[in-house]
Design a protein around this ligand. Sequence first.
Ligand code: NAD
Ligand code: TYD
Length: 392
Amino acid sequence: MSYAKLHGIVCDSHPNDKNQKHFTLLFITTLGSRPSTMAILVTGGAGFIGSNFVLDWLADSDEVVINLDKLTYAGNLQNLASIEDNPRHIFIHGDIGDAKLVTALLTQHQPRAVVNFAAESHVDRSISGPGAFIQTNIVATFQLLEAVRAYWGALDTKRMGDFRFLHVSTDEVYGSLEKNELAFTENHRYEPNSPYSASKAASDHLVRAYHHTYGLPVVTTNCSNNYGPFHFPEKLIPLMIVNAQAGKPLPVYGDGQQIRDWLYVKDHCSAIRQVLAKGQTGQTYNIGGWNEKPNIEIVHTVCALLDELRPRTDGMPYKAQIAYVTDRPGHDKRYAIDASKIKNELGWEPAETFETGIRKTVQWYLDHAQWVSQVQSGAYRAWVAQQYGATP
Ligand code: NAD
Ligand code: TYD
């Protein structure tokens, strides 16, 4: 059973149920004196990138992390199991669009920064049900910005100047590149093509407007496709690893020639830390790993690693499980990030190559079979059945 600690009070009810109110009320009754330690507020910190960020942050700094997450299907407290006894991690089950709750958190913990990961993040889900994307990525992000603006506006001059709102976004806002076009720079026009990328683009614009209009000290990062530990197995790389292991088809959309630019998640987290520390307010920073690869090559790489690390008992290669399926509607052909600005201005570069990162990732999934089976809840199975039919 998962649980969260609020100011030393252990709540042994599972937060993924009707007890949400209980959690919130419990928290609000503890509102009181200003904390002496520095804190940051992370939203969406139980998701894939957010949980990696929280784990790395707590390992690298002395600050408190307030982690606000709605625990949608993509949020998973198991990702944070290794820090469940860490008093510097305060998990709050709630919505970034709940202005009352966000205001209470800001007032109590006086964070010096907000890092906003919370979002609906899966393109295919945005195609079959865009409403949740509009609600969280646009409406709730606006509500978060409003609460943060009010909090920030009441800080003293020094703390106002030091405060940062870091908005985590995606390269998908730039749309699709042809093979011969240059990689996205920060000046590339916004041309989002899916409901997901359009909703992220809208949130980027709101964040930009809050800087331009109200002076809120924001920075935005636009990152390429991530992969690594705790990646929900609805996205390409973890889905391939999990399906391969389960003896299921490996569904490749269309001809598999679409190109993505892959970055190991821990490198994304180190880039965000660097932008938070050194980024200029009002600026945007593209983050990428200079690792453009067609999807089919990714799938072949995963299969080859599994052949080496956990061969099939029948001696067949995993690539025999590849199944070409109907293409995604409006499928973007190619994303590619030019990460020169963050390198030249902030000195950030990825630590992993694709070869080292993907090997670590496949090994992580092999070592964490229990995590995989836990995330494959009823809701997950329903999604797979709807997206791919009953078999995969
Ligand atoms: P994810 O779907 O794994 O996690 C999202 C988290 O946000 C979940 O824990 C979910 O419970 C939480 N959440 C959703 N709605 C919420 C709400 N209204 N209030 C509070 N919490 C809420 O996503 P991810 O892959 O970790 O992506 C994190 C961020 O990074 C997103 O903003 C995404 O757009 C961006 N991004 C992702 C990638 C990628 O490859 N995954 C690449 C670039 C940028
Ligand atoms: P995904 O991981 O969903 O990320 P995004 O759409 O945000 O780039 O998909 C990565 C690529 O892999 C994308 O071109 C779609 C493709 N894909 C498949 O071919 N099969 C799959 O089952 C999935 C989930 C994705």
